[in-house]
Design a protein around this ligand. Sequence first.
Ligand code: CDP
Length: 226
Amino acid sequence: MKDKYVIAIDGPAASGKSTTAKQLAKMLHYVYIDTGAMYRACGLQTLKQNISLDDLDSLAEMLQDINIRIEYAAAGNRIFLDGIDVSERIREADITRLASEIAIIGIVRDKMVDLQRKMGENGGVIMDGRDIGTVVFPEADFKFFMVADVKTRSLRRWQEAKDKGENLDLAAVEAELCWRDKNDSTRSHSPLRQAKDAISIDTSAMSIAEQVAYIYQVIQEGKKNV
Ligand code: CDP
């Protein structure tokens, strides 16, 4: 009997994916893989190497050598690019935008998907992103698609920034989220969309504890049927 599942959680920004995935990973003793962080690291690399996103030859070269490493830790994963810890840098606004821009490009996606499949091949992983249930692991054991209304998501991102001491303009946060939602869901390569067999969860009025408990229960009940 299989007991090391692949669990896919997809959805738009600030829908609750990463917070939920992190907690579930702890409860299940699974590894949490934040695929968005990998696109962010790619974006940062283009900035460091001064590569324009329409220069496909340089991008291909960059992707050949890219060294992204995730260090799994209970206190939170750390992400390393060429051996340097970029966990904080990749959360900054310029990289958030760049990640969504670079995620449109086919050769970038092919490389990231390849790395992600290797990371998850033995199961025991919770992977969050935009295309995990549709493209990376279409055969995932459990698939969830988290959504929340844009006002709630904007407020969450605004609050997150505030907790870090940043005072952002709420309307600007909302505009950026809307831009990213559109960019992520209208691209031709692996657009953000719900897999047919994913369970959809609207977290607008849910607490983190409720989200986690709900998914945990689905997995426990699913387990009984394996
Ligand atoms: O944390 P947040 O939801 O703001 O974003 P993220 O998950 O870190 O992802 C950053 C960007 O990477 C997204 O806006 C997507 O464009 C892209 N991405 C993707 O295309 N496919 C994934 N599997 C994960 C992220």
